[in-house]
Design a protein around this ligand. Structure first.
Ligand SMILES: *Cc1c(COP(=O)(O)O)cnc(C)c1O
Length: 381
């Protein structure tokens, strides 16, 4: 057997051997986006939101890299995410947005995780833990200012304000935070309303550093910055502004292999349920990406991909493992084996989200598990 044949029977292929259908994550671009936030909001500091495995791009690589460029505070949603992150970041502040449910308290203590306390009950549980361990415990107070999702509601805030000394016994409040409902819509009246409620809440509580803005809120102006901003999606390259040029660099490329080309006659159909019917002789390219990789089925007959920087429409249904492009109009015909960009520099994350009728968050966090994440140091692929 020659060497190549030998390899067919050897170890499973690694990412280095075989990088066909993949997500290429540009660590340098994420670092650049982090620095852009710092420049925009200084002297406020910038935490990184790395929940949902850094929005699907891989917290295990991204969080240590961000710590290396000076980020000392990280937000996760779940306790389990915090536990995993603590193993990677022994010294960072790790905030858990899910809070301090009673059954979470022992693990929060063990792994030195700081809960964002969402209710008087959670404050009581965390304060009790401080008493039981005879220590002072760091805590975040999350106050609700109108999103009505997580955080102390107004009546609980009023009670806390009146009895702060007792209820916060043993707690070191390192942050008071709230979250905007319409931060991505600069024209929404709700932003100023929530800002005002947040300022009132701060006045009712013991003095502590404050945080209101996430990726989009940071763009609303300096009065939204307080002491800390908490971007997630902006770090990963989404445009934090509704309109205008994206200040953030694209941080990843989703690339599929071109598996097969075929010409069909006018009248022939493409894909399950024959939802596309050719109106002319049509050249089709079948690409190794499907909904199991996170390409939404709603992108069927809607979305685009790019080959050598030229766009081609998705025709027919996106299926589990493959999708089909109409490449008839490409001046330079593609070839089997070519890389096809589903999201990246030509088809932006926002383009992909729009075509599928969803937002950048859902596209990013649903990118499939079977796609290898290939990390490059630089800011381009
Ligand atoms: C997810 C989340 C963030 C980060 O939001 P982005 O829009 O991704 O910047 C910040 N704060 C809270 C409370 C969150 O849940």
């Amino acid at each position: 057997m020659d060497a190549a044949a030998c390899r067919l029977h050897a170890e499973p292929m690694t990412e280095e051997d075989f990088q066909a259908t993949r997500i290429t994550v540009r660590l340098g671009a994420i670092a650049a986006n982090y620095r852009t936030y710092r420049r925009m909001v200084g002297p406020a500091s910038v935490a990184a939101v790395v929940k949902a495995d850094a929005y699907g791009l891989g917290a295990a690589r991204i969080a240590p890299m961000l710590a290396g460029v000076g980020c000392d505070s990280f937000f996760v949603a779940r306790l389990e995410e915090g536990i995993r992150l603590r193993k990677l970041l022994p010294d960072a502040r790790i905030f858990v947005l899910d809070g301090a449910q009673p059954d979470a308290v022992p693990a929060l203590l063990t792994h030195r995780l700081t809960p964002a306390l969402n209710s008087l009950a959670e404050i009581a549980a965390w304060s009790a833990a401080a008493g039981a361990t005879r220590t002072s415990l760091d805590a975040v107070l999350h106050v609700d200012t109108g999103i009505n999702r997580l955080g102390l509601p107004g009546d609980e805030l009023a009670i806390l304000s009146g009895e702060a000394r007792v209820r916060l016994a043993g707690l070191n409040i390192v942050l008071v935070m709230s979250h905007l409902a319409c931060g991505d819509d600069a024209a929404s009246k709700m932003n100023a309303e929530q800002l005002s409620r947040f300022q009132q809440a701060l006045a009712m509580l013991p003095a502590a550093p404050a945080s209101l803005a996430a990726s989009h809120g940071a763009m609303l102006g300096p009065e939204y910055h307080f002491d800390l901003v908490r971007p997630g999606i902006g770090l990963y390259g989404a445009n934090p502004q509704a309109n205008g040029q994206n200040l953030m660099q694209a941080t990843f490329a989703l690339t599929g292999k071109l598996l097969q080309l075929r010409r069909i006659d006018s009248g022939a159909s493409v894909g399950y349920a024959a939802t596309f019917r050719a109106k002319r002789p049509t050249m089709l390219a079948t690409v190794a990406l499907g909904y199991a990789d996170g390409i939404p089925r709603t992108a069927s007959n809607q979305g685009f991909a790019a080959i050598h920087g030229v766009r081609a429409p998705i025709t027919g249904r996106v299926s589990m493992d493959v999708l089909v492009l109409d490449v008839t109009d490409m001046a330079e015909p593609p070839r089997v084996g070519d890389d096809v960009e589903l999201i990246g520099d030509t088809v932006t994350l926002r383009d992909a989200a729009k075509a599928a009728g969803t937002n950048e968050y859902e596209i990013l966090t649903r990118l499939g598990h079977r796609l290898p994440r290939v990390y490059v140091e630089g800011a381009s692929a």
